[in-house]
Design a protein around this ligand. Structure first.
Ligand code: ZN
Length: 229
């Protein structure tokens, strides 16, 4: 895996703009991991996929994350900042390909949900049906709850919760962190910024888009300063 180049970032943004989030996640990973067959990326568990997306985000935009949240108690806006390692902390597990669980009289074999699963199912029932090798049939709800619990313990990055604290009122809560949505909004902002720069430089110098994008960021910035001086 390597950082997205300027042109890759733009083409990922172009391709992903009309895609739902599960597709977007795969579009991003496919651009960063050209050596991995697309099917193998779709077969990663959601946590392993998100682990790679966090790594790609770190390579592309750095390891610091910032964002905003609203305190649910006093509605104060709070600024979040965290490091990529806060998200991963102790969660780099290598989950087994298949789980074998005996629960009372139920012998369960299952695997973790993947992007390929999410692309085909519409409900939790269908997802479990695909992941349990004998289907979920008439399994009692308590058994299914244990299966889901086992899945999320084995693949913790599939559901990242940020521990937040409001500086104004002291309220503490947990909020889900969605790396796909977070990274995508950054990609989208960066792509628009790049196109604005292309527009400014093309208007000033008559250069082609490909020529402008081939400039190093430092050169592009310097020409922009001259144009805006
Ligand atoms: Zn508060």
């Amino acid at each position: 895996m390597r950082a997205l180049s300027t042109t890759e970032l733009l083409s990922v943004w172009e391709r992903g703009a009309s895609q739902p989030p599960v597709h977007r996640a795969l579009t991003l990973l496919a651009a960063a991991c050209p050596e991995s067959p697309p099917d193998s990326l779709a077969d990663l568990s959601i946590g392993r996929r998100d682990e790679r997306l966090i790594a790609l985000r770190e390579l592309t935009f750095g390891a610091e994350f910032t964002g905003l949240a609203n305190c649910p108690a006093c509605d104060e806006k709070i600024e979040l900042s965290f490091h990529a390692s806060d998200l991963r902390l102790g969660k780099e597990l290598e989950p087994p390909a298949e789980f074998d669980l005996q629960l009372a009289e139920h012998r369960l074999r299952f695997r973790l949900p993947t992007s390929a699963d999410l692309l085909t199912v519409n409900s939790r029932e269908q997802l479990l049906e695909r992941c349990l090798s004998n289907g979920h049939g008439n399994l009692p709800e308590t058994v299914l709850a244990t299966v889901i619990e086992t899945m999320s313990r084995a693949d913790p990055l599939a559901d990242i919760q940020l521990a937040l604290r409001c500086a104004s009122c002291g309220h503490q809560w947990e909020a889900p962190f969605d790396i796909v949505a977070f990274f995508w909004s950054e990609i989208s902002a960066a792509a628009r910024g790049l196109l604005r720069e292309v527009h400014t430089l093309a208007s000033a110098y008559g250069w082609a888009e490909s020529e402008i994008l081939a400039l190093s960021p430092a050169r592009r910035r310097y020409y922009l300063e001259l144009v805006n001086a």
